[in-house]
Design a protein around this ligand. Structure first.
Ligand code: SF4
Length: 149
């Protein structure tokens, strides 16, 4: 059976910054017949739940991986190292389970694919990927976004 790495919050695990999960019928349908490997990179990196919301400032996840951008929470605390650590842990989990695809939560600074918040905390999006999504894509794992709605 094919294995897919999945944002743990999309499986209903209450690991989001606000202490909630986001299971949905859409996610269940996409995963039907496949083995879901639930993983939360931020929790894996040791961040608490609930936690302050964080956004990427100065770029997207690729820029973070390349040292050109940072991840900063809404109190101004730099949490870049934890987000990069979580991304590498997610990659390890995906490889260990033989995943070639990942279904990740849209717009998250870790899991977002194609669009992420722009670092202004004004609800604005920019084109780009979260840190984990960027690292997975760089290592040949196809990342698809899901909203959990
Ligand atoms: Fe964890 Fe990713 Fe869900 Fe955020 S979006 S709670 S990092 S699994």
């Amino acid at each position: 059976m094919e294995s897919v790495l999945v944002s743990a919050c999309l499986r209903g695990v209450p690991c989001r910054f606000d202490g909630r999960g986001r299971a949905s019928a859409e996610t269940a349908a996409v995963l039907s017949g496949r083995r879901a490997v639930a993983f939360c990179p931020e929790v894996a990196a040791g961040l608490p739940t609930p936690r302050r919301p964080a956004e990427i400032t100065g770029g997207d996840g690729h820029d973070v991986l390349d040292g050109r951008a940072r991840v900063v929470d809404d109190t101004g605390r730099d949490v870049t190292d934890a987000f990069v650590d979580g991304a590498h842990r997610a990659l390890e989990a995906a490889r260990a389970a033989g995943c070639t695809e990942a279904l990740l939560m849209a717009r998250s600074p870790s899991c977002g694919r194609g669009a992420v918040h722009d670092g202004t905390y004004a609800g604005q999006l920019r084109v780009g990927d979260g840190v984990t999504a960027a690292l997975l894509e760089r290592h040949g794992i196809t990342v698809r976004p899901a909203t959990g709605d």
